[in-house]
Write a protein that binds this ligand. Structure first.
Ligand SMILES: Cc1ncc(COP(=O)(O)O)c(C=O)c1O
Length: 372
């Protein structure tokens, strides 16, 4: 996979989004969609007009395809262990609500805002006990559930001691929920080998599927043993039989974690990006991303250790937000989280774009230095 091959084979699949004039380095935020995503959504909508409720077969087929492709991407041994959700937060809530007694939850201070907010609101409402520590110091002792990112969203740091952490959590009697939003599609991921109990992630960054196509993973065994009250008629045994046995009967395996009538277009948004990611292979995508990050880093004063990070390069600067706005004025799109300016190249960025972006940023940094 090199630039000339990508230009020939891959760029044409993105003709619509590549018409934009800017240098887009916010691929870690909202991934760029392939042209086919629009065609797939269009086909799903056409089926609705044409077939009305006859469209359900095609819609549910796409949902199942989304589950099995996602399972492949994240190392889930079974497709039904992937429960489609509209957000990562929705997945977290389904897990929190599944505890019958008030759970003790341990999390890090580096979690994404949605996850952090949900946990603190649950604490405020007396639904969980919550301990928040820096991720490097996280201990599962006394906890029922650990909630932790495998790649930190602000800095891109990879939590390296994850297998040990999960092993220790299990030894202490705790379950582990991983937020793999910045991991899936960026670095190889094998949730089964990691023995993660739960994971949440979604399609709108690295797998180019837009918002709304997210998922919860519940490991085999647990998916049958635990029940969540975040439920609805799609979780029932024989969904379309309309039977009401007492006690309520759930569908098999992970289908018991489904909910009410699902949003049907989300899987269609996500399929083309997921397929492309799997076709290219996460290993190859990672290798190319590392070459791009190395080029950017050679031209910028970025944080040491960037090669050990996820897909983006971080530059720590007190005026990161202002720098981000100035870059945008000059046609370079990045983003900032607090003091961290995040630049994420992807395979659609030719090296000339990276060189131009780095030169623009270097000039801005020099101006900042002169002001001080
Ligand atoms: C690490 C991480 N988790 C979760 C999310 C999204 O959470 P939600 O789907 O609940 O909005 C993001 C979005 O940027 C993220 O970076």
């Amino acid at each position: 996979m090199d630039e000339s091959w990508l230009r020939k084979e891959i760029f044409p699949k993105f003709s619509r989004v590549l018409q934009r004039g800017e240098i887009y380095l916010a691929n870690h935020s909202l991934g760029r969609p392939p042209d086919r995503a629009a065609d797939d959504v269009r086909a799903a909508v056409d089926a609705w007009y044409r077939d009305l409720d006859g469209a359900w077969n095609a819609w549910l087929e796409a949902r199942e395809k989304f589950r099995s492709l996602t399972a492949k991407l994240v190392g889930s041994p079974r497709a039904d262990c992937i429960i489609p959700k509209t957000s990562a937060g929705q997945g977290l809530r389904a897990v929190l609500n599944s505890f019958v007694t008030k759970p003790k939850v341990v999390t890090s201070d580096g979690e994404f805002d949605s996850i952090d907010f949900i946990l603190r609101v649950y604490r405020e409402q007396g639904r969980i006990e919550l301990k928040i520590t820096p991720w490097q110091e996280l201990s599962a002792q006394g906890a029922d559930l650990v909630v932790l990112s495998s790649v930190m969203f602000r800095t891109g740091e990879i939590v390296k001691h994850l297998p040990r952490l999960i092993h220790d959590a299990h030894a202490a009697g705790a379950l582990v929920l991983l937020d793999v939003y910045h991991h899936a599609g960026v670095l190889p991921l094998d949730l089964a080998a990691l023995e993660a109990d739960f994971a949440v992630g979604g399609s709108y960054k690295y797998t180019r599927g837009g918002p709304g196509a997210c998922w919860l993973y519940v490991r085999p065994g647990l998916v049958e043993a635990m029940r969540t009250p975040d439920t609805g008629w799609f979780a029932k045994k024989d969904v379309f039989a309309y039977a009401r046995p007492e006690p309520p009967e759930f569908g098999p395996g992970g289908d018991a974690w489904l909910e009410s009538t699902p949003p049907v277009l989300a899987p269609f948004q996500a399929l083309a990006g997921l397929e492309l990611t799997l076709e290219l292979g996460v290993d190859r995508i990672r290798r190319y991303n590392l070459e791009q990050k190395a080029l950017l880093a050679s031209l910028l004063p970025v944080d040491a250790g960037y090669m050990e990070h996820g897909a983006f390069v971080t530059l720590k600067h007190p005026n990161a937000v202002a720098l981000c706005l100035k870059l945008e004025e000059q046609g370079v799109r990045v983003d900032a989280r607090g003091e961290y300016l995040r630049l994420c190249p992807d395979m659609l960025n030719p090296s000339a774009e990276l060189e131009r972006a780095a030169a623009t940023l270097a000039a801005l940094l020099q101006q900042e230095n002169m002001k001080r």
